[in-house]
Design a protein around this ligand. Sequence first.
Ligand code: GDG
Length: 456
Amino acid sequence: MPRLVVVSNRVAPITEGEAAAGGLAVGVLDALRRQGGIWFGWSGEIATGESEVQPDQTQGAITRATLSLSRRDYDDFYRGFANGTLWPTLHYQLGLSRYDRAEFAGYRRVNELFATSLAARLAPDDLVWAHDYHLLSLAEALRARGIANRIGLFLHTPFPAPQVLMTIPAHRELVRAMTCYDLLGFQTETDRLAFVDYVLREAGGESIDGHCLSVFGRCLRTEVYPIGVQVEEVRAQAVLPANRRHATRLRANLQDGPLILSVDRLDYSKGLRQRFIAFERFLLDYPSHRGRVTFMQIAPPSRGDIQTYREIRRELEGEAGRINGRFAEVDWMPLRYLNKGFPRDVLMPLYAEAQVGLVTPLRDGMNLVAKEYVAAQDPDDPGVLILSQFAGAARELTAALIVNPYDEPAMAAALDEGLRMSLTERRERHAAMLAVMRANSLDRWRDRFVDDLSRA
Ligand code: GDG
């Protein structure tokens, strides 16, 4: 079995049992343990001087190798091109995207820095698996250093329609760089086809059999790998008595009132403002729920040193206060807005406590919260998932109540429908979603990608 080299912007802790490992990290670590390998990326630290290699950490068959970034690299690469240009554009938020040539140069510079450090560690048979929009140029930089290994990229975000991508002046350089990978993995067929469309219509490429493309003198394969969750593990965490401290307190506090729950990184792509307005609409249009229902939004801050993220945070604080001010009673507060994160084992029981999981991103590569919410439910008395049509997860979870996150009255109606849904219908919808999630588990996502890469 070839050694696996995982490359991502951030590297999770590799010590077993260490907190904060999300589902994705666990999935990737399993493969690394089995095959042996390296997990390489940015340490999350900003160096006082230049970007520099940090000491390796090894645990069993896995080595964790990291770099710190200089302030300039962090600003140009991370805050700049990756999160100021790519992230909004990939999520169709063109009004929030900006382009700066120097930042794009910084993006390539950091991809080259990663490549230089990585190239020195690679053995000829190693499989290199890169993750996400931070590393679109990594394979190109590795090829320039004479690396002929199999290299694949899984894009966790959406890939937009060509006309949207082309608002980035450097779109051609980016796509050319992406074609240096042997395998490109996307969350959904829509994303894959958007990439193929660009290659065929804008870059003069050819399709060999629908999945293999010939372009810029290279051949590469494109495939769809919908990321999943560890279904049984989520439910086990949700019911473990030791994890249920917060959930029990919450339930006592809500008494018998129903709970609507949303959990998102505080990010404009997640549609929080539209969701708050939809909840207000719901209280206006369906007044019988007033005095009983609680909407809890958990939103851990994210990318707080980027201006657009500070703005959305301020805006949501205002909206939450306004809605509560308008509807609250002496003994009832409709909206609980928690601007903080919780440990994963505390979060899963909170999902299980909610009668409705409200997941309404404006665009999302997949959205794992939707899947975790379904996995955490009691199959005998499950809650209802309300899901945006623009989340990748909507392609699989067709038994959810699917909504348009820009249509506030329709979201309000879905909330009412969800809270009134019969047990029989809830069970049917939940069983259908669980079956799809078991078939497309996190293990399958990882194994299919690694198998395809090893055959590339
Ligand atoms: C990107 C793509 C794609 C959230 N709050 C807390 C917490 N979380 C965990 C959730 C979930 C994860 O973070 C979020 O995953 P999502 O998929 O919902 O969203 P992104 O962070 O934007 O992820 C996305 C994903 O990559 C995977 O490919 O689905 O489309 O944008 O697991 O549970 N975890 C803890 N405390 C919190 O407060 N511990």
